[in-house]
Design a protein around this ligand. Structure first.
Ligand code: ACM
Ligand code: ZN
Length: 452
């Protein structure tokens, strides 16, 4: 009772216990004499780890830290799932010593293409926590919609958050058809704070992502002056790929804009890591833009790849000045990697290997194993997906540390994550169908040692 954080986990335990039709106190009175939760750093050495003992005297859960206790509770709840027989709960005597293999065990959700309601975001966080995963990467901005209010730029929520209509069917099916129905919205600051708190209580860190310099065309529906050609374009209904309109790297107002946005993001989200996207920025317009070309000359850069690198490094400087760390998709390596950047390797594991060799932190989420927007079974019989095929078995075969990484650099692989892009995820049901059970396989890969 005098440890508020521990009491909070106990309350979580009690609440979740009740879904089995029992209360812990009932057990206390009848079968089980004690339920102890205790933190002991001398006995348990590794972060987030725990030991659980169950015998005739009761349950004893010892954690290295609060996270350890929380994950021990998840194990108890999993035991209960299989212990209710004929209205009786019989938990076997046991001793479990458990620790995570990786510190970054994540899930990413894209709310740009389709925006999931707040209750479902909470559900995602619950499911993530029950899998002993600790990162929720919230992909908040996309060509198809901007989902977070920014005080200094109110047109992002009133204009960039809405599209006139949405593509029906697959992008590859031509001619394109549309639903003729306005779509969009954004999470309010109150809602975002609610999610951050909700996640915190479940030992999950929310990593916000604000895309740049590409996947940003929705911004130019509200602030066209920030693109190379300065032209208004409507928010993408899902029918343009790739979007050629990206932030102009030669225009200093772009950096004023982004620093404003990132300041508000950093004020709102407590995470150490701030994700700045960096993927799939088409350089077509940069090649034609006099401002971008002038920047290349003035900064002594070789080409547009180096201009992107210069762009990211300028943003890195700003993020570091706010005492946070930058994460970006693996394209941020092209043209020279910012000194402190953490790399999220998605185009396979090659980028991650390269970054680790250079001494950078890496998160592995290759599209060969971690893209949960891909089909998981026979496409003929499944709801329309982006493409590909990643079966449950394939996810189980995922090894986040490829052998190309020298052993003295292995520690730089912080872990991995599953990514759910939502072009073809129109609602909660489909989201849940795509994520499970592949996320269960991923959680085992990230938690259990490779020998198991
Ligand atoms: C990505 O899938 N474009 C990161
Ligand atoms: Zn430009």
């Amino acid at each position: 009772d005098n440890d508020k954080a521990l009491k909070k986990i106990y309350d979580y335990f009690e609440t979740n216990f009740s879904r089995f039709g029992f209360k812990p106190s009932t057990i206390n009175e009848k079968n089980c004499t004690n339920v102890y939760f205790t933190i002991n750093e001398d006995i348990i050495k590794k972060d987030e780890s725990y030991t659980l003992k169950i015998d005739d005297d009761g349950m004893m859960l010892i954690g290295k830290d609060y996270q350890g206790i929380f994950y021990g509770v998840q194990t108890i709840l999993q035991l209960l799932e299989t212990s209710k027989i004929n209205n009786e709960l019989k938990i076997p005597s046991l001793r479990i010593e458990d620790e995570p293999r990786f510190q970054w065990r994540g899930m990413m959700l894209d709310v740009g293409r389709h925006m999931m309601p707040l209750d479902f975001i909470k559900r995602c966080i619950d499911i993530t926590a029950s899998h002993k995963m600790n990162i929720f990467h919230w992909h908040l901005t996309e060509d198809q919609g901007w989902r977070i209010p920014i005080k200094n730029f109110p047109r992002l929520k009133s204009i960039s958050a809405f599209r006139k209509e949405t593509l029906i069917g697959h992008y590859n099916d031509k001619p394109h058809k549309f639903d003729n129905s306005k779509y969009g919205g954004y999470y309010t600051i109150e809602q975002i704070n609610e999610i951050i708190e909700y996640a915190k209580d479940r030992h999950i860190t929310i990593i916000p992502e604000i895309e740049m310099p590409g996947h940003t065309s929705e911004v130019f529906s509200a602030y066209p002056e920030l693109s190379c050609n300065g032209k208004y374009i409507p928010v993408n209904p899902g029918s343009y790929w790739p979007n050629l309109d990206i932030f102009c790297a030669g225009n200093d107002s772009v950096f004023t804009f982004l620093e404003n946005v990132l300041s508000e993001i950093i004020e709102l989200f407590p995470s150490n890591y701030i994700h700045i996207g960096g993927d799939e920025a088409e350089k077509t317009n940069w090649k034609k833009c006099s401002k971008c070309q002038r920047r290349i000359k003035e900064e002594g850069l070789k080409n547009e790849a180096e201009l992107q690198s210069w762009f990211i490094k300028r943003i890195e400087k700003f993020i570091l000045s706010k005492k946070r760390d930058l994460v970006g998709w693996d394209e941020i390596i092209d043209g020279g990697l910012a000194k402190s950047a953490t790399v999220m390797s998605w185009r396979g594991t090659k980028g991650g290997v390269e970054a680790a060799k250079m001494g950078h932190e890496v998160i592995m989420c290759p599209l060969t194993h971690c893209y949960f927007d891909y089909y998981q079974s026979d496409p003929e019989k499944a709801p329309k997906a982006f493409g590909g095929l990643i079966t449950l078995k394939k996810v189980y075969s995922f090894e986040p540390i490829p052998k190309e990484i020298p052993s003295d650099k292995e520690h730089l692989v912080l872990g991995g994550q599953g990514n759910l892009w939502t072009e073809y995820v129109q609602n909660n049901k489909i989201a849940q169908y795509r994520v499970l059970p592949r996320m269960t396989a991923l959680s085992e890969v990230l938690w259990s040692g490779s020998s198991r």
